[in-house]
Design a protein around this ligand. Structure first.
Ligand SMILES: [Zn+2]
Length: 348
């Protein structure tokens, strides 16, 4: 299931995102039409914030309970979502899975994926395009093509791969290993200006998981501290820019991978590693609805790990790019594979 909207990208470059909200560039052809999110099922917003919590095993929410993770629980209550989404199939590693999130592609180059199979700071291949051996678009490039502003706030240096890959499409990049100061940067950005798309990556649970074991006490403390940071982020998004009304903003929260109690997260066939949350909160989205109830084309995988060619797919973290673009009223990333058909976010 791949689809491109070749005509639309050029067509709408002159439109700002707010303008395109009022008069979205007309998709051309029946295929394009099918892929263009229907506002009655994908509410339109002016801004999307993606929050990826590195190594967030959804079971941590249950372990901590509402009192110790109030903001994550509130986000679950207010989102259409699932705590039983899946990573990409091939790997459960930070850089490969995050690159899948922003490109909407699988990982393996042989499967049409982005080809980023490493998970360190190496500078060769220097870009995602070189890894894939072809032009690779991203949520950043599609938003930028349509006149929207983008920003990346990441807490691991390896994300500089994205800066090199989409240098013209990222208006602001902050890479800061200190999650608190990273969130301060994000909050100050949200308070100072409108942007169509922001991506925030928080590393604390993963770092604690590697040092002390996933789901252990230190890890759960890191999820708690991440929850407090999420509270600041949500408050900033709800207030909007200082002195101006908040624009309708969607928050999409997911994780690159989970983590196995007491161990790491590299074994991609383990449920604790491939199970991730996927939450979408936006004005008009059915609060508390299960994405699998809303979307018959997708099926709750239970404990399973469906392959890409299984008839009914799980919600995957790699759908972040196209879900975000649908909310902004923009077409899918050219060449993307995951979430190309817009998700239904509104209960009938
Ligand atoms: Zn890790």
């Amino acid at each position: 299931m791949t689809s491109l909207v070749p005509a639309a990208a050029g067509l709408a470059t002159v439109l700002g995102v707010l303008t395109s909200l009022l008069s979205p560039a007309a998709p051309t052809g029946p295929a394009a039409q099918a892929d263009w999110a229907d506002p009655s099922t994908t509410p339109r917003v002016a801004s999307v914030l993606v929050v990826s919590v590195d190594g967030l095993n959804p079971r941590a929410l249950r372990r901590l309970g509402r009192s110790r993770a109030p903001h994550l629980h509130r986000l679950v209550d207010e989102s259409a979502g699932t705590l039983n989404a899946r990573t990409q199939v091939e790997m459960t590693l930070t850089l490969p899975n995050h690159t899948g999130m922003v490109t909407g592609r699988r990982i393996s180059r042989d499967l049409g994926g982005h080809g980023v199979t490493w998970n360190d700071d190496r500078r060769t291949p220097s870009t995602v395009q070189r890894a894939a051996g072809e032009r690779v678009g991203s949520v950043f490039s599609t938003v930028a093509d349509h006149g929207g502003s983008t920003a990346l706030f990441a807490s691991k240096k390896k994300f500089s791969l994205w800066t090199r890959s989409w240098s013209d499409d990222l208006d602001l990049v902050v890479i800061d290993g200190d999650n608190r100061s990273l969130v301060r940067s994000l909050v100050s950005d949200v308070r100072s200006r409108d942007r169509a798309f922001r991506f925030l990556h928080l590393s604390a649970p993963d770092v604690a998981g590697h040092a002390h074991g996933f789901m252990r006490e230190a890890y759960l403390r890191a999820v708690r501290s991440t929850d407090r940071l999420l509270g600041r982020v949500l408050a900033a998004v709800e207030r909007g820019p200082a002195g101006a009304a908040a624009v309708p903003t969607a928050v999409v929260l997911t994780a690159d991978h989970g983590g196995t109690p007491g161990k790491g997260h590299a074994e991609h066939a383990r449920a604790a590693n491939y199970r991730v949350p996927f939450l979408v909160r936006a004005p008009g989205v059915s609060a508390g609805a299960d994405l699998y109830d809303l979307n018959d084309d997708y099926a709750d995988p239970g404990h399973g790990r469906p392959a890409y060619d299984d008839a009914r797919q799980p919600i995957r973290n790699g759908m972040v790019a196209n879900v975000s673009l649908g909310l902004l009223g923009l077409p899918p990333v050219p060449g993307s594979q995951l979430g190309v058909t817009p998700l239904d976010l509104v209960a009938p």
